[in-house]
Design a protein around this ligand. Structure first.
Ligand code: FAD
Length: 316
């Protein structure tokens, strides 16, 4: 049986494994340094009180069809991934999905970190997100929206002091919704910090060190190394797209279909679905803009969460 090594059990890695095993038989090794998968896209739902923080954590010991290799990948070595334990995980295919590297102190991209931050927000009279990074870690808008909806008396504001043009198309449709919810969005920095105010300096994202030196074919997401693919936040950043979960699902879906068809039929064949019909970076950007304009983030997320818990994670 063909072996597929997946590095990273986040949104991209888990969705890839699910789509692959839906379509074909394969031995899947998942290299992930944590004992759990975290549904980080859903963190704003916990802020809004729609789920508990602990509901966003899925133990990897529950997996029956995927073998968890509890380790860090440190380098790529042909069809093998070198691990921090100095062993290697080798396969016919390698799919790298290690997420992105975050620069900054306010941690809200892990369930534990975001729960701590939520505790601080609950106590504060005003919560102000200050964005002054070329590529900020996404999610601050949904968190602001959720906190304001849950605690209407709190002052919640977003200060877009600086953000790259690549993000503007993503934030623009959201601004109107923020206004409706009572979240102030401004280009000015907050004037001063009162004692009971919480200022959150939104961190930046960069490609993960494992993705350094990798070239990416935008249509197939294959790297310059045969049968080595890169998906998720780092791949999106390399394509000049904002690193968001919808993008990870799109990429995971394409690569899963490509590998599954090659394993079962000997050639690559991708049939379009909601995700994989986005065939390149530009069509993804158009589709995403449409989705951001028409969607209500928390409602979309709740639907995705149900599918995730009921179908995706439980099938692995
Ligand atoms: C608060 C918040 C809200 C968000 N809301 C939305 C939203 O509403 N819509 C949306 O589309 N996106 C949203 N996002 C963005 C979305 O969560 C990310 O884009 C998505 O999680 C990226 O998936 P990924 O698999 O690439 O990375 P991750 O989900 O970060 O997973 C990466 C995994 O790789 C593992 N890893 C790291 N290094 C190694 C290594 N060396 N070896 C092996 N494994 C490694 C990590 O432990 C992790 O499990 C939000 C993000 C946050 C923080």
């Amino acid at each position: 049986m063909r072996r597929v090594v997946v590095v990273g059990g986040g949104i991209a890695g888990i969705y890839f494994a699910y789509r692959l095993l839906q379509a074909t038989e394969a031995e899947v090794l998942l290299v992930e340094p944590k004992p759990v998968h975290e549904f980080v896209i859903g963190i704003p739902m916990a802020y809004g009180g729609l789920v508990d923080f602990k509901d966003l954590i899925f133990p990897l010991t529950q997996m029956r069809r995927v073998k968890h290799v509890w380790d860090h990948a440190v380098a790529l070595d042909g069809g093998c991934v070198r691990l921090s334990s100095s062993q290697s995980a080798c396969g016919d295919y390698v799919v790298l999905a290690p997420g992105s590297y975050k620069l900054g102190t306010a941690e809200y991209w892990s369930v534990e970190g975001s729960e701590k931050l939520y505790g601080l927000m609950k106590k504060a009279k005003a919560v102000r997100f200050v964005v002054s990074e070329f590529t900020p870690v996404i999610g601050f808008q949904e968190m602001a929206y959720a906190v304001k909806t849950r605690f209407p008396d709190k002052e919640v504001s977003i200060h877009l002091v600086y953000v790259s043009d690549d993000y503007q198309f993503l934030l623009e449709p959201w601004k109107a919704k923020a206004k409706e919810a009572g979240v102030e969005v401004t280009d000015d920095p907050p004037s001063h910090k009162a004692v009971d105010e919480l200022h959150i300096s939104v961190p930046a994202v960069r490609p993960h060190p494992l993705a350094a030196g990798l070239d990416l074919r935008p249509e197939t997401l294959e790297t310059q190394y045969d049968r080595v693919y890169l998906i998720g936040d780092s791949a999106l950043l390399k394509l000049g797209l904002p690193p968001i979960g919808w993008g990870s699902l799109w990429q995971a879906s394409i690569v899963a279909q490509a590998i599954a068809s090659e394993i079962s039929r000997g050639y690559i064949d991708i049939s379009p679905d909601e995700w994989s019909s986005q065939t390149d970076a530009d069509s993804f950007k158009r589709w995403l803009t449409y989705r951001m304009v028409t969607g209500t983030p928390l409602v979309h997320l709740k639907g995705l969460y149900h599918i995730w818990a009921r179908d995706v994670v439980s099938s692995l």
